[in-house]
Design a protein around this ligand. Structure first.
Ligand code: C2E
Ligand code: MG
Ligand code: MG
Ligand code: MG
Length: 281
């Protein structure tokens, strides 16, 4: 009898897995056509200097507005894009789109683009970046590429080679989600990073959480010692910002300053004489 229950439970479990797999396959199928259907777009979130609050740049974040489902979270579709290899096409599209748009901004602010480990380990990343810079006319120093620690571990030798080539173009490199990945501190020295992005999980309520505070302090000190810039991600409150300011964290990004997409609020950008632009997609 116990055995029967076990089998029943197993079948139920199996059916659940099947549904999840099918859901994934459907999303992957739809994602294949998302670019040509104009369902992908890039939104921008401001990055600011502490304590002045001056906006020095924006992070480009990908959005998928699915025709039937509406917005699908990057947390859902990026892993599907990575596992299917679609991230190579999609990532190239994001890079081109972000550089093209940034080149039209009124002020020469920085644009930060996320790179997947799959892109980093593809053969031709540096030549793609070079090509996109030439094509869009964006000055290399205005582009920053964000890479997570986890993206480095697959093949250190290749990652190092690719990042050095990209640095040689004059493009900046940031380590994203610092503190949450699998790599060791020695990577900060081995790889040509310009900036550390403190993961938002450490920033959340940092002013009233002793452990988070200790971690943020340590990362800021580490960055200073290694001569890297440091930015705190996910800053939502004035209290968090005050803590960061007291600890001499250089930069901040988060809902306190603007959600992704709030770009026109910064008056720096886009031609206001073109109100119909959004409709052209
Ligand atoms: P990320 O690169 O660490 O981006 C920051 C994420 O935190 C964004 O989520 C942003 O909307 C969110 N965020 C920013 N400030 C706050 C805040 O104050 N509070 C909270 N709760 N959240 C905040 P999003 O846009 O959903 O993106 C999630 C992740 O998806 C990104 O994390 C990045 O890893 C990935 N992603 C997004 N766009 C791309 C892309 O074009 N290429 C690649 N490879 N990955 C991307
Ligand atoms: Mg990022
Ligand atoms: Mg991050
Ligand atoms: Mg993240």
């Amino acid at each position: 009898r116990a055995k029967e229950d076990g089998r029943g439970a197993y079948r139920f479990f199996e059916a659940g897995i099947g549904a999840e797999l099918r859901e994934r396959q459907v999303l992957e199928f739809d994602l294949r056509h998302a670019i040509s259907r104009g369902e992908l777009s890039v939104v921008y979130q401001p990055q600011t200097t502490i304590p002045s609050g001056e906006v020095f740049g924006f992070e480009a974040l990908l959005r998928w507005n699915h025709s039937a489902r509406g917005l699908v979270s990057p947390g859902v579709f990026i892993p599907i894009a990575e596992e299917s290899g679609l991230i190579l096409t999609i990532g190239e599209w994001v890079l081109r789109q972000a550089c093209r748009e940034a080149a039209t901004w009124e002020k020469p602010l920085q644009v930060a683009v996320n790179l997947s480990g799959v892109q980093l380990h593809s053969a031709s990343l540096a030549s793609l970046v070079h090509e996109v810079l030439l094509e869009t006319g964006l000055a290399p120093h205005r582009l920053e590429l964000e890479i997570t620690e986890t993206a480095l571990i697959q093949d250190f030798g290749h990652a190092l080679h690719a990042l050095r080539q990209i640095k040689a173009l004059g493009v900046k490199i940031a380590m994203d989600d610092f503190g949450t990945g699998y790599s060791s501190l020695s990577n900060l020295r081995a790889f040509p990073f310009d900036k550390i992005k403190i993961d938002q999980s450490f920033v959340r309520n940092v002013h009233c959480n002793d452990q988070a505070a200790a971690i943020v302090r340590a990362i800021v000190g580490l960055a200073r010692g290694l001569n890297l810039t440091v930015i705190a991600e996910g800053v939502e409150s004035q209290a968090e910002l005050e803590f960061l300011s007291n600890e001499l964290c250089a930069e901040a990004q988060g809902f306190l300053f603007g959600k992704p997409g709030d770009i026109s609020a910064f008056t720096t950008l886009e031609d206001e004489a073109e109100p119909a632009r959004a409709a052209a997609g």
